[in-house]
Write a protein that binds this ligand. Structure first.
Ligand SMILES: Cc1cc2nc3c(=O)[nH]c(=O)nc-3n(C[C@H](O)[C@H](O)[C@H](O)COP(=O)(O)OP(=O)(O)OC[C@H]3O[C@@H](n4cnc5c(N)ncnc54)[C@H](O)[C@@H]3O)c2cc1C
Length: 376
C-alpha cells in the first residue's frame, strides 16, 4: 500500500467531541482509488514538529468524489485531540487504502447497515457511493447515537434518503431529551423486533455492523434472534492492537541470555557446593559441570530464539503491511484474509448463548414503539 502527502482543506469541530476533516492531495492530483468502507492510516506533525503514530480512520466520502477525502472522527485521546489543533494547509501522511468492510453493489443487492456512534463513517461512504452512481440496490440504515449532536453526518444522511428512494433510515437517539414525533426516529435501543419491523425479510440480506464493541455484540445477538446466519454478517470494530515494538525480540533475546547466565551461575555454584560438601574438598573438575549446564542453556536459548523468530516474523509482516511506525494493527472481522496477517480476524460470535435461536415469527406482533409525547 502507498503512502501519500495530503493537506488539511477543511476542519469542522463545531460539535463537541466530533471532528470532520477534509484532506486533499498535496500535488492536487486525484485521490487514490478505494472501495466504500475502506480505511487509511493517518499521521501528522504534532506541535513539537514530531511525526505522530499512524491511526486508522475509515474514509467517510465516496470513491466517486475524486478530489478529496472526508473523515468523521470521535475526539477521545491524544491523537485525535492533536488532529483538532491542525490548521488549514497543514500536511498529513495518509497510507492505504486498507480493509475489506466494503459494500459491493454487484454482490449486495439488499443491504442492512447498523451503525453505532462514529461507526457511521464507512456507511456514509457507501450511501454516497450508491447515490452518486444511481445504484438500484436497497440500502437500509439503522443509526444509533446518544444524541443528535453526536450523530456525524445526520443531516447529510437525511438529505440522501430524501433524494434516493432506495435508501431507508431508522435513527435512534437513546439519550435525546426531546422525543421525536417524526417517523424514522426513535429513542430506544435497537432490538430484534425493531430491526425486523424495519427491514422485513432477513434471509435475502447482508448485514454490516460497525460501532463500539458492546453495541456490535448486542446487534449480533439481535440478528441471531431473527435467524440471520453468521455468513450474512460483516463487522468492523474500531479497535487496534497496540503495536509490538520491533525491539521486543531483541529485548527478549537479551533477557533469555541473562536468564540463562543466571541459571548457569546458580546451577554451577549449587553443584559446586554439593560436590565440595560431599567430597570434603573444594577442588572440583568444573569442565563436566560446564558441559552438563551447557546443554540446558542451549535448549533454553533455542526456545527463546524460536520465540524471537516468530516475533521478528510478525513485526516484519506488520512492517510489510505498512502498519509500522507506531501503528497499531486494526482488528477486522470482515477481512480474514486481509493484507496483513497481523490483522486479527474477529469472527462473528457464534450463537453460543443462543444455541437454538428462536426466529421472530411473522405472526408475532412486533411494533416499533410509538414516539412518546414531547417532554416539556
Ligand atoms: C479500521 C478502523 C477504522 C476506524 N475508523 C474510525 C473512524 O472513522 N472514526 C473514528 O473516530 N475512529 C475510527 N477508528 C478508531 C480510531 O483509530 C481510534 O479511536 C483513534 O485512533 C484513537 O485515538 P485517540 O486520540 O482517541 O486515542 P489515543 O490517545 O491516541 O490512544 C489512547 C490509548 O488507546 C489506545 N488506542 C488507540 N486507538 C485505539 C482503539 N481504536 N481501540 C483501542 N485502543 C486504542 C492507544 O494505544 C493508547 O494506549 C477506526 C479504527 C479502526 C481500527
Amino acid at each position: 500500500m502507498s503512502e501519500y502527502k495530503y493537506y488539511l482543506r477543511k476542519i469542522d469541530n463545531s460539535s463537541s467531541n466530533l471532528l470532520i476533516l477534509e484532506l486533499k492531495p498535496k500535488d492536487n492530483q486525484p485521490i487514490f482509488s478505494f472501495r466504500p468502507g475502506q480505511y487509511v492510516l493517518i499521521a501528522y506533525r504534532d506541535k513539537r514538529g514530531k511525526m505522530t503514530d499512524k491511526h486508522a480512520f475509515s474514509i467517510a466520502s465516496s470513491p466517486t468524489k475524486r478530489d478529496s477525502l472526508l473523515f468523521g472522527i470521535r475526539v477521545q485521546g491524544d491523537f485525535t485531540k492533536g488532529l483538532e489543533l491542525l490548521k488549514i494547509g497543514d500536511e498529513l501522511s495518509v497510507a492505504g487504502p486498507y480493509g475489506d468492510f466494503c459494500y459491493d453493489e454487484r454482490k449486495h443487492s439488499s443491504v442492512v447497515m447498523i451503525a453505532g456512534g462514529i461507526g457511521i463513517t464507512p456507511f456514509f461512504s457507501a450511501l454516497n457511493y450508491a447515490s452518486d452512481l444511481g445504484i438500484n440496490n436497497h440500502l437500509a440504515l439503522l443509526y444509533s447515537a446518544r444524541k443528535i449532536e453526536d450523530a456525524a453526518f445526520y443531516n447529510e444522511i437525511k438529505d440522501l434518503a430524501v433524494k434516493n428512494k432506495n435508501i431507508t433510515t431508522l435513527f435512534s437517539f437513546t439519550e435525546e431529551a426531546v422525543v421525536f414525533e417524526k417517523e424514522g426516529i426513535i429513542n430506544q435501543r435497537f432490538d430484534a423486533g425493531i430491526i425486523k419491523n424495519f427491514v422485513g425479510r432477513v434471509d435475502d440480506k447482508i448485514f454490516f455492523i460497525c460501532g463500539p464493541k458492546p453495541f456490535m455484540d448486542a446487534m449480533v445477538v439481535n440478528l441471531n434472534v431473527l435467524g440471520v446466519g453468521a455468513k450474512q454478517i460483516k463487522m468492523e470494530e474500531f479497535v487496534m492492537i497496540p503495536r509490538k515494538s520491533v525491539l521486543i525480540p531483541w529485548r527478549n533475546f537479551a533477557y533469555a541470555v541473562g536468564v540463562a547466565a543466571v541459571l548457569f551461575v546458580t546451577a554451577f555454584s549449587l553443584i559446586n557446593r554439593t560436590t565440595a560438601v560431599s567430597s570434603g574438598s573444594k577442588n572440583v573438575d568444573t569442565s563436566l559441570l560446564v558441559q552438563v549446564n551447557q546443554g540446558a542453556i542451549e535448549r533454553l536459548v533455542s526456545i527463546y530464539e524460536a520465540k524471537n523468530k516468530a516475533l521478528v516474523d510478525l513485526n516484519q509482516q506488520i512492517i510489510a503491511a505498512g502498519l509500522n511506525g507506531g501503528t497499531s494493527a486494526p482488528v477486522s472481522s470482515s477481512n480474514p484474509a486481509s493484507e496483513s496477517s497481523s490483522v486479527k480476524p474477529k469472527t462473528v460470535p457464534a450463537p453460543a448463548t443462543l444455541v437454538n435461536p428462536t426466529p421472530v415469527q411473522a405472526s408475532q406482533p412486533i411494533s416499533i414503539p410509538r414516539p412518546r409525547t414531547r417532554v416539556s
